[in-house]
Design a binder for this molecule. Structure first.
Ligand SMILES: Nc1nc2c(c(=O)[nH]1)N[C@H]1C(S)=C(S)[C@@H](COP(=O)(O)OP(=O)(O)OC[C@H]3O[C@@H](n4cnc5c(=O)[nH]c(N)nc54)[C@H](O)[C@@H]3O)O[C@H]1N2
Ligand SMILES: Nc1nc2c(c(=O)[nH]1)N[C@H]1C(S)=C(S)[C@@H](COP(=O)(O)OP(=O)(O)OC[C@H]3O[C@@H](n4cnc5c(=O)[nH]c(N)nc54)[C@H](O)[C@@H]3O)O[C@H]1N2
Ligand code: SF4
Ligand SMILES: [Mo]
Length: 717
């Protein structure tokens, strides 16, 4: 028996795990009590890495579809097939005829993160899509314009704050997002133990709301109105106090006029939160000694996602809570920190190109996935004819999933880098699997840049694999699309990538010694990083290296052209007229759909693991008792839910935890697709809520899908 310590790569919390191996078999997976960040915390998903290791449905060899039938095959054969088909398409129709979709697991996979970009550049396509446009792009957009870099995202200093205003996030279930904070429950308890206060704004009384001091069940999609009203009160009552930000903020003078229409009285009938309550919330936020406003996916995947994301940080700024302990702060990670170098004042722009069919703007080099189907289905120059998915299941996770499913069926060619034959990869011509998490080196390149404390932890692969690592597969694909044939020299491409990385970092690539692949790149990044660590330092610290609490970073962290926080960027305020128009839409009889996350789910892909799908069917439509009575729905009965995009039938769960007028259905279900090979998931299929989500309903500025606040009709089925 051997014991090793690694970081769980399944979600953003970066928990330390203690894995006991019996030869090649995983014996136990537990929380690592000595982990410097997570102190032993683990959730059911982390523990299920054992089930993932053992899952017989998990793909271990490449699959090629010939004449409509799948064949397990060799890596050489799979690459020969790709080489026979993909370069020809690119030669004939240009690089934009190939679209890439990078899904959520690829942001937790250091190989895919570092080498996915290499493939993207090698193809040279503008048709780049990621899960970001069904998630957090509005926050990148507002951060880009406010602070100069889309990854300069303020993170609530959970361990020191005394007032947390939290909107559209349920970290007790999601384990936190854009807020890397293992054991968030303990950290929230700490706020109350210190005599602080937690206020939750969410249409559902979530577990996080239950653990808070106050819960305000807002009408979905109206957070920007509430947040603007908080700003309005703070200005009207002369409570603006920039603190140490004085001299670092421009545009403040424009805010009073911009927020004038959004008085508490004006927004109350639309948000469903009383004017007096809004005033009190504003006063308590402004007068708290240390406060942070934090908002997540309930506020980004909605029609005013960018305005809401912006207003969160406007509040952090005008209350003097940005960049101070206990407020909203900027992490400084050991490797790859986007904003580590002071004095780069390039600023941020978006819309450098637009999607062909709907004219939606590029943000951070990507286009909204809500329009991927349009790009595939609409003939003409630049039509998408091939798709490569990397750790993504867009046929379940993106809006109007039925239309996207129709679209991918019409592609000339599709490759999925995926560990299952599932709802999306079943449409591929070739599936290239990757090693399970415990069989690859891991470093949380993205999530340490978003952490409530500065830490670093390197995890070596524990489990042996005879599969190529995904970084090698991505480089081999890069070889194919650059005309090097089906068997390009992957090691040589990797050397080239590393030499470039070293040059940019001002280092000699030899500093990384014998390391190759992601390990070499991380070694270079650590050495060039602000703590000048080496990979050996991290290898010597299996429970992680604690680099201390977050520190103030303004002005060095700012990369706007002016070198200040540009508080009222035109690119954002352009959407305010649309918000003013929304003031007219008082709460009526309408019903709207929102989602919900569940502790034992991980978006769409872990439902094939028996320990995570035990118990009652979780894929239900939660509805308030008053609405159920009015509509004639009974608990345990079935409802037909309809939108412009589609209709589904789903079991009814009557509960007063949802606000009247709101129906909640979780995403990531619907595992009954023909031809998928996920036996356990199929037995717990549920229905796909993204058959209802509307690909025409977008955040006004970024094109991010509005997955919350979708108008629906509900009748008994
Ligand atoms: N209605 C609604 N829809 C939503 C959301 C919502 O709140 N409501 N949330 C959205 C959000 S935030 C996100 S991030 C997206 C997620 O959406 P996606 O990223 O598209 O989908 P996932 O469900 O994460 O699917 C991940 C895929 O990666 C595969 N996979 C798992 N591990 C690996 C690996 O190691 N290597 C490779 N190559 N593949 C792997 C899985 O088999 C699966 O096919 O969903 C979005 N969709
Ligand atoms: N267990 C589990 N953990 C996960 C995931 C998972 O699928 N399962 N997915 C991971 C991913 S990819 C992400 S991005 C993160 C997301 O992490 P979180 O953002 O914390 O995700 P949710 O739990 O969906 O919380 C969003 C909340 O917004 C509320 N909401 C919906 N509409 C509105 C609205 O209009 N206004 C307001 N104020 N609230 C609204 C919902 O009721 C819900 O409680 O979670 C990650 N962690
Ligand atoms: S909370 Fe996230 S990182 Fe921690 S064990 Fe669970 S899935 Fe893994
Ligand atoms: Mo996400």
């Amino acid at each position: 028996m051997t014991t090793a310590f690694v970081t769980c790569p399944l979600c953003e919390a970066t928990c330390g795990l203690q894995v006991t191996m019996d030869g090649d078999a995983i014996s136990t997976v537990r929380g690592d009590d000595s982990d410097v960040f997570s102190h032993g915390y683990i959730c059911p998903k982390g523990a299920s890495l054992k089930a993932l290791h053992e899952d017989p449905d998990r793909l271990r060899r490449p699959m090629v579809k010939r004449g409509g039938t799948w064949h397990e095959t060799t890596w050489d054969d799979a690459f020969a097939e790709i080489d026979a088909r993909l370069p020809r398409l690119i030669a004939e129709h240009g690089p934009n005829s190939v679209a890439l979709y990078l899904g959520n697991p690829s942001s937790h996979n250091v190989g895919a993160l570092l080498y996915g970009r290499v493939l993207y550049k090698a193809i040279g396509t503008q048709n780049m899509y990621t899960a970001g446009t069904v998630d957090q792009i509005p926050k990148h957009f507002s951060s880009g314009y406010l602070f100069g870099d889309p990854l300069t995202i303020p993170i609530p200093d959970l361990d020191r704050t005394e007032h947390l205003l939290l909107l559209g996030a349920n970290p007790l279930i999601s384990n936190g997002s854009l807020m890397t904070a293992p054991d968030v429950g303990e950290r929230l308890t700490g706020i109350r133990r210190r005599g602080g206060k937690i206020v939750v704004v969410d249409p559902r009384r979530t577990r996080t709301a239950d653990a808070a001091d106050e819960h305000h069940p807002i009408r979905p999609g109206t957070d920007a109105l509430l947040l603007f009203a908080l700003v309005q009160v703070i200005f009207a009552e002369d409570r603006v106090a920039l603190g140490r930000l004085v001299g670092h903020v421009t545009g403040l003078d424009e805010l009073p006029a911009l927020c004038a229409p959004f008085t508490p009285e004006a927004v109350a009938p639309v948000t469903g939160i009383e004017a007096d309550t809004i005033r009190r919330m504003a006063r308590e936020l402004a007068s708290a000694k240390r406060a942070a406003v934090y908002a997540r996916i309930g506020t980004t995947t909605q029609a005013f996602g960018t305005l809401a994301s912006w207003l969160v940080d406007v509040l952090n700024v005008i209350t003097g809570n940005l960049d101070r302990d206990g407020g909203a702060m900027f992490p400084l990670a050991a490797a790859g920190q986007a904003n580590a170098a002071p004095g780069r004042r390039r600023g941020f722009v978006h819309g450098r190109w637009h999607s062909r069919v709907r004219g939606l703007p590029e943000v951070m080099g990507e286009l909204p996935v809500a329009t991927l189907a349009d790009e595939i289905l609409t003939p003409g120059d630049g039509q998408v004819r091939a798709l490569i998915t990397v750790g993504g299941n867009p046929c379940l996770s993106t809006p109007n999933a039925a239309r996207l499913t129709d679209a991918v069926e019409q592609l000339d060619f599709m490759v999925s880098l995926d560990v299952y034959l599932n709802e999306t990869s079943r449409h591929a011509d070739v599936i290239l699997p990757g090693p399970e998490p415990l069989a690859r080196d891991h470093y949380d390149l993205v999530f340490y840049q978003l952490a409530v404390r500065n830490v670093a932890n390197w995890s070596p692969a524990l489990v042996a694999t005879d599969m190529p690592q995904e970084w090698q597969t991505l480089l081999r694909l890069a070889g194919v699309v650059t005309g090097q044939g089906w068997n390009a020299d992957v090691a040589a491409i990797d050397d080239f990538v590393a030499a470039e990385a070293a040059r940019r970092a001002g280092l000699d690539v030899a500093a990384a010694g014998q390391r190759r692949g992601p390990a070499r790149l991380i070694e270079l990044m650590l050495r060039a990083g602000p703590y000048e660590l080496t990979l050996a330092d991290l290898e010597a610290a299996p429970h992680g290296v604690d680099l201390g609490p977050l520190q103030p970073r303004i002005p060095d962290v700012l990369a706007t052209a002016s070198g200040t926080i540009e508080l009222v960027p035109d690119a954002i305020t352009a959407d305010i007229p649309r918000l003013v128009a929304a003031l007219g839409h008082g709460v009526g009889d309408e019903l709207v759909l929102i989602g919900r996350r569940q502790l034992s789910s991980n978006n769409s892909w872990m439902h094939n693991l028996a320990p995570l799908v035990r118990g009652a069917n979780r894929c239900t439509a939660q509805i308030h008792p008053d609405d159920a009575a009015r509509l004639g729905l009974v608990d345990g009965g079935r409802a037909l839910v309809r939108t412009r995009a589609g209709a589904i039938t789903v079991p009814v769960e009557i509960t007063d935890t949802v606000r009247p007028g709101v129906v909640s259905i979780p995403h990531g279900w619907g595992h009954d697709a023909d031809g998928a090979r996920t036996g356990v998931a199929a037995a717990h299929a549920g229905v796909n809520s993204n058959l209802l989500a509307d690909d025409q309903l977008l955040d006004g500025l970024t094109g991010t899908a509005a997955l919350n606040g979708i108008p629906i009709e509900v009748v008994p089925a």
